[in-house]
Design a protein around this ligand. Structure first.
Ligand SMILES: NC(=O)c1ccc[n+]([C@@H]2O[C@H](COP(=O)([O-])OP(=O)(O)OC[C@H]3O[C@@H](n4cnc5c(N)ncnc54)[C@H](OP(=O)(O)O)[C@@H]3O)[C@@H](O)[C@H]2O)c1
Length: 170
């Protein structure tokens, strides 16, 4: 099972504020769609609640310790949303479902707890700060990772690039 992570981070590691993204960059959202399409996306309960809709073409694996998980409008009818109490239970299900790859899409709490198990990271680096941010990407050891590729987001309204990182073999 390939465990990928995808995130958009500001200069200070900013991810979100007041339950929403700090930045919504069209080109970045298009890359998110292109990379994740067809694969399960794994998210924390708060990120799930922040989605405007269930995203087409991707199973949603939502992590929550709650016995009565929040139901997103249209989640039940979509048949695309699955709830898990922890990451291991989600992985076990993914194996039985035949998933070969999945994307951890946030937010900060989920990134923090599963980063040690992630194999590849796709980080959009945004050359801006947001003093109102309340959610941040966790600290990570850059020496444990190899930068495979950097591509500029040429049409973005702020300077931004997508970095593809792969965990170094032990
Ligand atoms: N910039 C980006 O790329 C990006 C991406 C995604 C989200 N965001 C932003 O990040 C913010 C949300 O992040 P957040 O850190 O507040 O919340 P979150 O990680 O989305 O959700 C946290 C909740 O998820 C559940 N959870 C997390 N880890 C778990 C685990 N290992 N096992 C079981 N349940 C787990 C818990 O739910 P219960 O409390 O129900 O138990 C926890 O309270 C929003 O502002 C959002 O817009 C930004």
């Amino acid at each position: 099972m390939d465990i990928h992570l995808i995130a958009a981070v500001g200069q200070g590691g900013e991810l979100g504020k007041r339950g929403a993204l700090c930045w919504r960059i069209k080109e970045d959202l298009a890359m998110f769609k292109s990379l994740t399409m067809g694969f399960p996306i794994v998210m924390g309960r708060k990120t799930f609640a922040s989605l405007p809709k269930v995203l087409p073409g991707r199973k949603h694996y939502v992590l929550t310790r709650s016995a009565t998980p929040l139901q997103h409008p249209r989640a039940e009818s979509s048949g695309q949303v699955f709830y898990f109490r922890d990451f291991e239970a989600m992985l076990a299900y993914a194996h039985t479902a035949g998933d070969s790859k999945l994307f951890v899409i946030g937010g900060g709490a989920l990134y923090q707890s599963v980063l040690p198990q992630v194999h590849q990271m796709f980080l959009t680096r945004i050359a801006a700060s947001d003093p109102e941010a309340d959610t941040f990407f966790p600290d990570w050891d850059v020496d444990a990772w190899e930068l495979k590729r950097t591509s500029m987001l040429a049409a973005a309204p702020v300077a931004a690039c997508m970095e593809h990182w792969s965990r170094k073999c032990d």
